[in-house]
Each structure stands twice: as C-alpha cells, then as structure tokens.
Design a protein around this ligand. Structure first.
Ligand SMILES: *[C@@H]1O[C@H](CO)[C@@H](O)[C@H](O)[C@H]1NC(C)=O
Ligand SMILES: *[C@@H]1O[C@H](CO)[C@@H](O)[C@H](O)[C@H]1NC(C)=O
Length: 162
C-alpha cells in the first residue's frame, strides 16, 4: 500500500468508526422508546392516568360541580396521548433499557398480570382506608392542627419579640 492509499484507508476507517459510534445511541434510543411505549400499553398506563385525574376532580366537591367542563379541559390540554412523549422521556431517565425489558417480561407473566389487576383494587381500598381513618379521627386531627398552628404562632411571636 502506498502512503497515499494508507492515508485514505485510515480516513475511511475513522469515518466508519465514528458513524458506528454516533449511529448506535440513536438506534438504541428509538428502540428503547418503542419498548417504553409497549410497557405503557401493557400496564394500561393511559387508563390509570385518566382515572387518577378523574378521581382528583370527582373527590373534590368544589371541582365536581364542574366535572364535565374540567374533564373537557383535561382532555384538551393534559390528555395522556399528548403527554406520551414526555412520559416516555421520564421512564427513559428513570430506567435502563434492560430494566424496561425486565418490566415488560414481568408484566406479561401471569403473576405480573395478577399484580396489575390487584394493584387497581388495592388503590381503591387504600383510598377507603384513608377516608375512614380521617372520618373516625376528625376531632383528634383538628386538635392536632390547632395545636400546631398556635405553637407556630407562639414561636413566631417569640422570634419577632426578641
Ligand atoms: C401502544 O398503544 C398506542 C395507542 O393505542 C399505539 O398507537 C402504539 O402503536 C402502541 N405501541 C406499542 C409499542 O405497542
Ligand atoms: C411562622 O413563621 C413561619 C416561618 O416564617 C411561617 O411559615 C408560618 O406560617 C408562621 N406561622 C404563623 C402561624 O404565622
């Protein structure tokens, strides 16, 4: 090989290597985005997201009077579909691609499917538990808040008085 040919050979090798290095992460990124979308689909994330937003609206008596308007607003500006790219990005920040693969495998298994099903039921029961506890202990809770408020007030007056 002449010196000139050698020069071109190394230049070509260099170009190929840098294409390889730059090309790989891009391909991996597309691939992991597809896998995260698959994970969001098998875990029914859209439904969970919608029911979370809905329960926030329905459980608030002030908001629930405007339920249909608020749901329209949410669907227009905060739909899962419109937020999906950002949601995928959050998952990409939090998990590695092998985590995602493992999660897909788990949620596709019969135990994973059972977990998804029971998790919804568990969330409903946790909510009931908190509501029940709040109602049962309302006097103690109010008392606790009052004491905290007066302690803060007393502390602040001492601070400003000095
Ligand atoms: C996930 O679901 C969305 C909406 O139904 C669909 O457009 C998309 O092709 C699905 N993606 C995968 C990877 O399953
Ligand atoms: C006391 O001061 C703290 C800090 O400045 C403030 O956050 C708090 O609201 C004050 N509490 C009351 C009861 O004024």
């Amino acid at each position: 090989m002449s010196a000139m040919a050698k020069h071109w050979y190394f230049l070509l090798l260099f170009v190929l290597l840098s294409v390889e290095v730059e090309g790989k992460p891009a391909a991996t990124k597309v691939n992991i985005n597809r896998e995260i979308n698959r994970l969001l689909n098998i875990t029914d994330m859209e439904k969970k997201f919608d029911s979370l937003l809905q329960s926030l609206v329905v459980n608030d008596p002030t908001l629930s009077a405007f339920k249909s308007e608020i749901m329209k607003f949410i669907n227009t500006f905060f739909s899962f579909k419109s937020l999906r790219p950002q949601i995928v990005e959050i998952y990409r920040d939090l998990y590695t691609s092998s985590d995602i693969t493992g999660l897909i495998k788990f949620y596709s298994s019969s135990l994973g499917k059972k977990f998804l099903e029971k998790e919804t039921e568990a969330a409903v029961r946790f909510n009931q538990l908190v509501q029940k506890k709040l109602q049962a202990q309302m006097p103690q809770i109010m008392n606790w808040f009052q004491q905290m408020f007066y302690r803060n007030l007393a502390n602040n007056q001492t601070t400003y008085g000095n």
